[in-house]
Design a protein around this ligand. Structure first.
Ligand SMILES: Cc1ncc(COP(=O)(O)O)c(C=O)c1O
Length: 434
């Protein structure tokens, strides 16, 4: 080639949740069986989609219009339905059908949302953070990420003063991004924290990006509170989808609510650009959009939501109690949402000499090479995968300095999940002593 093609920001593209899969596949080729506890796909993990939802989808595909393109913003009836639901939230911002914009999943929305922000402007986001947000923010320029910390010992909550200071001393910050309930930590922001973040946004003229894909999975005392319910007049994008709800991650169907779109000329211009950019792509997937009013509007949906939240509550408490009672050297807190669990290591317990026994010389050589120069939590994960065959995601893969890992609570088999926990706990105990 006559010149370098890719721009410098690409070095910020990391998605450890899937990158670790390549490593797992390489181990499988060497004969190591792997238990996957890394990817947040409930269906791949074995959850069965409710028969009544399948029936809705089956019936829809008999309608030829579900095979056609739909309007670029999204199917009109579905946007009308979603705008009505959003506007009915107690204390919520009023939302019209044109404030809703469909994408091929939230991941697609995230790509556009960051792409259309001026190159030198920055989005402040949590640490740890869901890598689709951090990578898309990072790829716009060659800057270090601008983040505020979520503190494991404080239930993975942020320090509001730190957020305000980061905004105040970095005038190029135009938005604060949060994921609520959070991936990877499973934390839910209490109302007063959301209100405080909104107040900072209002004071400094920012907008909020709130990824609410797990909004319907709240438990352990937390209740769904949408950003639109605490926003007042502050502009925001709320990101929503059906991947985790129906659950139907393969539908590639998500949408954004552009909240208080007319509160500022700059924000309106930016929202218009999001709509235009979607038009370039014609539209998003049609059939899943058409299923939305039928599924969310079905009287059985409330029961499904309650049942799944209770299920993840029970499982996450089992994981919490196991680590709290059996695995010294780790920091864990009960989680309140989504289906992830983060284990942080206590400061100083990891070093670059720790190992786990690996009998097969080829696997041992492969692992020893793979851990050269990697973060200490990734080193642990690589050893655990090779020695015990359990794949989790190192926490540093979520753009953070906090060492730890994330596992999912998706495995539907209670006994198997309990065994996996034992295997992880046993690996940590042996690794820390090695
Ligand atoms: C916080 C968060 N946002 C977005 C996504 C992706 O959503 P979608 O399937 O709608 O692209 C995920 C997937 O795990 C996620 O955890």
């Amino acid at each position: 080639m006559r010149t370098k093609i890719a721009h410098d920001g690409i070095k910020n593209l990391h998605y450890e949740i899937r990158e670790i899969v390549d490593y797992g596949h390489a181990l499988q080729k060497l004969g190591v069986p792997i238990t996957w506890e890394n990817i947040g796909d409930p269906v791949a993990a074995g959850e069965h989609v409710a028969p009544w939802i399948k029936e809705i989808v089956r019936n829809l595909q008999n309608d030829d219009s579900t095979w056609a393109y739909c309007p670029s913003r999204g199917v009109s009836k579905t946007r009308e339905f979603l705008a009505r639901v959003a506007s009915e939230r107690p204390g919520g911002v009023k939302v019209g059908p044109d404030d809703i914009l469909f994408f091929n999943g939230i991941a697609d929305a995230v790509d556009k949302i960051y792409d259309l922000i001026q190159k030198d402007n920055r989005v402040l986001m949590p640490s740890p953070s869901y890598p689709t947000h951090t990578s898309n923010e990072g790829k716009r320029g060659d800057y270090p990420h601008l983040q505020f910390q979520l503190y494991p010992k404080n239930n993975w909550q942020p320090d509001l003063e730190e957020i305000e200071n980061k905004v105040k001393y970095n005038p190029q910050v135009v938005a604060i991004a949060i994921v609520n309930p959070d991936n990877p930590t499973g934390a839910v922001y209490p109302r007063k924290t959301l209100e405080a973040i909104v107040a900072i946004a209002r004071k400094y003229g920012l907008f909020i990006i709130c990824d609410e894909i797990y909004a319907h999975l709240c438990y352990n005392g937390a209740e769904t509170l949408h950003i639109s319910q605490v926003l007042g007049d502050v502009p925001a994008l709320s990101l929503r989808g059906i991947s985790k709800d129906f659950p139907w991650p393969g539908s590639r169907c998500g949408w954004i609510e552009m909240l208080n779109r007319d509160s500022s000329a700059f924000f309106r211009e930016y929202c218009d650009a999001l709509v235009k950019s979607k038009m370039m792509e014609v539209c998003s997937t049609t059939l899943p959009q058409m299923a939305i009013p039928a599924v969310y509007g079905d009287p059985r949906y409330a029961a499904l939501k309650a049942e799944r939240s209770a299920m993840f509550e029970r499982r996450s408490n089992q994981v919490f109690e196991y680590f709290r009672d059996h695995v010294p050297g780790t920091i864990v807190r009960p989680v309140q949402g989504a289906f992830y669990f983060c284990v942080a290591f206590e400061d100083g317990v990891l070093n670059d000499r720790q190992t786990l026994p690996i009998a097969d010389p080829a696997v041992k050589a492969f692992v020893e090479k793979s851990v050269e120069g990697v973060a200490l939590d990734k080193r642990f994960v690589h050893y655990m995968m090779a020695s015990e065959g359990v794949c989790v995601t190192p926490l540093t893969g979520f753009h953070t300095d906090i060492l730890g890992f994330r596992l999912t609570t998706l495995n539907p088999d209670d006994a198997k999940r309990a065994r996996t926990l034992e295997r992880i706990g046993d690996s940590i105990r042996r690794y820390l002593k090695s």
